[in-house]
Design a protein around this ligand. Sequence first.
Ligand code: MGD
Ligand code: MGD
Ligand code: SF4
Ligand code: MO
Length: 733
Amino acid sequence: MAPPADRTSSGSREHSSAVATHCPYCALQCGMTLRADASGKVEVAPRDFPTNRGGLCQKGWTAAELLDHPDRLRTPLIHGEPATWAEAYDFIVGKIRDVQRDHGRDAVAVFGGGGLTNEKAYALGKFARIALRTKNIDYNGRFCMSSAAAAGMRAFGIDRGLPFPLADVGKAKTLLLVGANVAETMPPFARYLTEQRELPGATQIVIDPRATPTARNATLHLQPTPGTDLALANGLLHIAVAEGLIDSEYLDDRTTGFDDVRKLVAEYWPARVERLTGVPIADLEQAARALSDGPAIILTARGAEQHAKGVDTVSAFINLALALGLPGRPGSGYGCLTGQGNGQGGREHGQKADQLPGYRKIDDPAAREHVAAVWGVDPADLPGPGRSAYELLDSLGEDVKALLVFGSNPVVSAPNAVHVEKRLRNLDLLVVCDFVRSETAQLADVVLPTAQWAEEDGTMTNLEGRVLRRKALREPPPGTGTDLAVLAELAHRLGPGTDAVRANGGLPTSARFDSDPRAVFEELRRASAGGLADYAGVTWERVDAEDGVFWPCPSVDRAGTPRLFEERFAHPDGRARLIAVDHRPAVEEPDAEYPLYLTTGRLLAQYQSGAQTRRIEPLARVAGSAFVELHPDLAARLDISQDQLVRVTSRRGEMTAPARLTESIRPDTVFAPFHFAGRQRVNSLTSPALDPISRMPEFKVCAVKVEPVPARSGDSREDGGRAHSLELAEPSQ
Ligand SMILES: Nc1nc2c(c(=O)[nH]1)N[C@H]1C(S)=C(S)[C@@H](COP(=O)(O)OP(=O)(O)OC[C@H]3O[C@@H](n4cnc5c(=O)[nH]c(N)nc54)[C@H](O)[C@@H]3O)O[C@H]1N2
Ligand SMILES: Nc1nc2c(c(=O)[nH]1)N[C@H]1C(S)=C(S)[C@@H](COP(=O)(O)OP(=O)(O)OC[C@H]3O[C@@H](n4cnc5c(=O)[nH]c(N)nc54)[C@H](O)[C@@H]3O)O[C@H]1N2
Ligand code: SF4
Ligand SMILES: [Mo]
């Protein structure tokens, strides 16, 4: 039995044989056209859009291959066995009632994702707060954008990844990319990098411990020790102050806090910074001078941010940008590169533990009142802030007994994954909504098969803060439902029937859950109105007519806002804040037992936990398994040869994968991609140390040892990435 018809609509009234939509993967949200041929096979063609200018990467080209893939789920599963939707809903609702009766409302938690549309992210937050009435909801964006978001918020009073259109990047005389490998993570964006490099007198600087394809194309590559970007940024500002390169007029007119920052960076003299980071003084000087020579843009990504000091590191680069007078100036500024398809919108509309729609704070009485009025509930009934993603996963099986996952695969992507996997196994109820049986879905009590991107309408907000339309080409296949339909049905069934909910007044009849994305978007507009991320003036028609609409857009008769900060920053006094931030070591530095740095990241042909892209044959052919990147000098010292299987071990776990020898990495550091499962899962090793402000885990640095695996060892399985199908992720030790 499929879900009741009135709650399964994908929201598109009619389907044509071609639609103009966007790629399902990263935040660049490249424009593409989808067409179904006579047999129903879906073809992708690139479409000209400001972010991709007609380009697509391999992942975009092959995105439609998952639509009719044999691994696609077409029926709910209960304990791995096919079940009807009615059975699945009965099972879930029965368990939720038991858990909430025995352990309280907060014992049921929700985990969302930055790939969900705005409508889904909004509905998920509302579902948690007023149907489950739990405070415990958070999402994978905590692993992604939280440090840049927190730093942007405290400096500028608002968090929009790029406060200017992407095309500005191509026009800056100097461009600094910090821990960003866009040549592999957003390939069509590289056109703007080429354009920028070709400007007269242009400088392009990349800071990365590896000589990535992005770094190799740059004019200047700074190759620091992992986890030392904060010292590097303070060192660049020290040089700018010493050489009289800062913009005092701008600092006086538009900012506060520079005096403290100047005093602090006085201690970051070049020789000290060279010692801390390993970057030569001459390179530091060249970078500081280039940044103060005309329009300049500084961009950070996960390499700088995924640290237990990620927020302070981003603050240090924002301090540098402000001291040089960049933010709000034409062709200049600071931005962070948002990662997931809806990483921006997904962090605005309430799936974050401390947040209500419109980027409102859940502990702000005025925010609670506004949103409660839209939802038809009493503000006093809204829960308070819940736990951050890792802390939530770490509490599973203790006071949190049930978890509902929408749009994430934490068995592969969470730090300290051996431990997280154990926690997930300790739950009374794990529900995963997905279209494939991801490693997390393999542990679930109930799996609900959901529609894919080409089968439902909705909106996404890209890395520029531009709201876009995602359009359905076809109906979801028989047996599947949409995420919105699932939430509406669960809310309806939980409704006033839940003992725990009834004891607390029940789900009010005025609080409706709609499965039609358009209706949800209309409600989101009202809920966001007056908030920082104000979508009140964004309509689906405008999005179509205007190539997307940049928020904030408070009314239908006003234009969106492509450029922020031209006149003022978003703090009440209109000024940006510089914040004095001191360098500190990584939480786990190498020592005698674990003598090497491990850092992690991405490959061009795989996406995230790999649940989607490992199943796509042309991608698996290019990047079908993990590897461990190490410098030839290190390999020689460890007696490791090219392609030999190695074991990498940290205090938390181990992985095995073939060695890849390359001079592009520092000899004190090894790298592995995080897209793979089983024995190839690098997150078995990573550290759960969290940033004190953003609660971002330290994915980018921990201490490890590396050893060759003797030939003919029982460990020598090399297909860990591809052996995904219906096999359980192997226990990692
Ligand atoms: N192909 C592909 N593209 C993607 C994704 C994907 O999974 N695959 N995911 C999308 C998402 S969600 C995101 S968040 C973005 C991420 O996009 P990026 O941030 O570009 O990707 P990463 O590979 O995680 O990290 C970037 C670089 O940081 C470097 N790095 C490691 N440690 C440090 C350090 O201490 N300091 C500095 N300065 N650099 C360091 C790594 O060597 C790496 O080259 O990509 C998006 N695009
Ligand atoms: N070591 C290490 N670990 C990392 C990182 C790193 O750099 N290093 N990066 C971190 C970052 S930046 C991120 S963003 C995370 C990402 O890691 P995950 O959160 O695991 O991301 P995905 O693999 O995109 O997981 C999305 C899952 O949801 C499903 N899905 C996709 N769209 C939908 C939808 O619309 N509805 C539903 N119900 N399901 C859907 C997919 O099939 C997939 O199983 O990983 C983090 N982990
Ligand atoms: S760059 Fe990102 S949005 Fe563009 S095709 Fe590749 S994965 Fe899709
Ligand atoms: Mo991300």
